[in-house]
Design a binder for this molecule. Structure first.
Ligand code: HEM
Length: 134
């Protein structure tokens, strides 16, 4: 598996742990006010990052490009800033709002970079077929 896929899966599982702990904390406390932070952590952190990692594993030629690593850092910075700032905002700290807005814009930049990677041409790799002994 390419290095970037490993990185994406390692980062994604950290967001899954944080998201699940947040979910359990909501369930136990019966205070669901941070539902938005929980959902974004799990869906943009765990699910989307795992899909990014899977895409690069299926397209190893694109995974080697510098742009893939830049996209990883931009997207991860966006989510890593969004989850705690959104959590604090939903807990009643309106001062966090500009940070949430900034994090959202960084995340959008990461998503657009990923779209660019998807639409860019990668070399077609021809997988040799297994020899036939008949
Ligand atoms: C042990 C694991 C988890 C627990 C205990 C948990 C708990 C919760 C709780 C208590 C809510 C609030 C429900 C409400 O107020 O209506 C919630 C909402 C939500 N959770 Fe989780 N969750 C877990 C894992 C996940 C995962 C893995 C995902 C996504 C991959 C996820 C996605 C969501 C979403 C999208 C909502 C919002 C649903 C809505 O607004 O209708 N959760 N979760």
């Amino acid at each position: 598996m390419p290095r970037i896929s490993q990185l994406y899966f390692k980062t994604a599982v950290i967001f899954l742990i944080v998201g699940v702990v947040m979910g359990l904390n909501m369930a136990i406390s019966q205070d669901h006010s941070v539902i938005g932070a929980h959902a974004h952590c799990n869906l943009l952190g765990w699910v989307t990052m795992a899909i990014f990692g899977g895409y690069h594993a299926l397209n190893p030629q694109k995974a080697e490009k510098r742009l893939a690593m830049i996209q990883y850092y931009v997207y991860t910075a966006g989510i890593a800033l969004m989850v705690p700032s959104l959590y604090l905002m939903l807990q009643g700290n309106p001062a966090m709002e500009p940070l949430v807005a900034l994090a959202s814009i960084i995340t959008l930049a990461g998503v657009l970079l990923f779209a660019f990677i998807i639409f860019s041409n990668g070399k077609v790799v021809v997988t040799p077929s297994a020899p036939s002994y008949r």
